[in-house]
Design a binder for this molecule. Structure first.
Ligand code: ADP
Ligand code: MG
Length: 349
């Protein structure tokens, strides 16, 4: 009774606090926010520009184009909070954006976290989210949320497998009978790919480009496996020797070559999860295959590449970028049923 009354004044949120993007779903409404996890700050004072509003989409537009006294910062790195204060400020802004009239109580929040983070890093998540304006906070492994979000039959007595390719982390889990039976989580993801492109251009073209240009190249012409029609783009950067702006032409084959190392790291993570599977589970996986989600799943032909390397059927989830948040939302909607996957700050973390 009291619970029902309280629910009238507060909302329940599912927050995917990603290294690259923050996605928030609200119980009763669905997806309510999807913005880059970036902020633009004044260097001298460390304050967020525009009175705390230069966050998300607005800050992302400024990336790589700011005058010297301003920098665009990502408060999370490799899946964990790197700048505590900025993360809190960013979250406060996002939570304020999802506020609804009449709902005066602080929202209850479920946050997805990578499997590879330490107890201290988990504590930082609780503190940041709480200080940003949340009431009760729970955390849950995001790869488990992803397994629900992509629609795996996780409760069945058959193994199914999900791989989330995020900006800072890559996570793999094999699920059976409602639990994870093998998992792997590493601090490497899309950001490594961007860096690999930066390094490639410097080495082969003596050209300096920023990571946001590298990310654009990856998205525009990047691929994990040969394309039916290879592509070419012209880009500009700074000549590493003369220091002057210069143009260059680069092909999709070259970008693929640049991405070879980070892609191999992903394959190794998947193989290491498979190593922990019994022959019965492995036999199920031959049948059920692997589902990819996270932004990295959008890289051209990555399903084909991974499928060939590990010898399992691979497919990309329907909405790879929001799978984790959607899964967290399902858990928040049916709180009691999924409570055993969650941890609150008082519980042993
Ligand atoms: P996180 O949860 O860590 O924030 P996301 O799942 O939001 O990560 O994915 C972000 C990553 O996906 C970034 O590294 C981004 O560059 C990459 N990405 C997004 N779209 C594409 C695309 N079309 N091709 C390749 N990579 C992409
Ligand atoms: Mg994410």
């Amino acid at each position: 009774m009291l619970q029902n009354l309280l629910n009238h004044f507060r909302c329940d949120l599912a927050v995917d606090l990603g290294t690259a993007n923050t996605v928030i779903c609200m119980v009763g409404e669905g997806l309510v926010l999807n913005e880059p996890s970036v902020v633009a700050v004044q260097q001298s004072e460390g304050k967020i520009l525009s009175g705390g509003c230069a966050v998300g989409h607005l800050a992302k537009q400024m990336e790589g184009r700011t005058p010297e006294r301003i920098s665009v910062v990502r408060p999370l790195r490799d899946g964990v909070i790197a700048d505590f204060e900025l993360c809190e400020a960013m979250l406060r802004y996002f939570l304020r954006k999802t506020r609804r009239p009449g709902r005066r109580l602080r929202p209850r929040v479920l946050v997805g976290i990578p499997g590879c983070i330490t107890p201290v890093e988990k504590r930082a998540v609780f503190n940041s989210v709480h200080r940003a304006g949340a009431g009760r906070v729970w955390i849950m492994p995001e790869v488990k949320a992803a397994s629900i979000g992509v629609g795996l039959p996780i409760a069945e007595p058959t193994a199914s497998m999900v791989c989330r390719l995020g900006g800072g982390t890559t996570e793999v889990a094999v699920m059976s009978l409602g639990e994870s039976v093998a998992a792997q989580s590493i601090r490497a993801g899309g950001d490594r790919m961007d860096q690999a492109i930066v390094d490639y251009l410097r080495r082969h073209y003596s050209l300096r480009i920023g990571t946001s240009t590298a990310e654009r190249l990856k998205i525009d012409i990047g691929s994990a496996y040969s394309l039916e029609e290879e592509r070419t783009v012209e880009l500009s950067g700074i000549d590493a020797v003369s220091g002057l702006p210069r143009r260059a032409t680069i092909t999709s084959e070259e970008i693929r070559q640049a991405l070879a190392d980070p892609l191999q790291t992903i394959i190794e993570a998947i193989k290491s999860a498979l190593d922990h599977c019994s022959p019965e589970l492995a036999a199920d996986l031959v049948q059920n295959g692997l589902v990819l989600c996270g932004g990295g799943a959008l890289l051209r032909r990555i399903d084909r590449f991974i499928g060939e390397q590990i010898g399992l059927p691979v497919r990309v989830a329907a909405e790879p970028l929001t799978a984790v948040a959607k899964g967290l939302l399902v858990c928040m909607e049916d709180f009691r049923h999924w409570r055993h996957w969650m941890r609150s700050s008082e519980e042993d973390v």
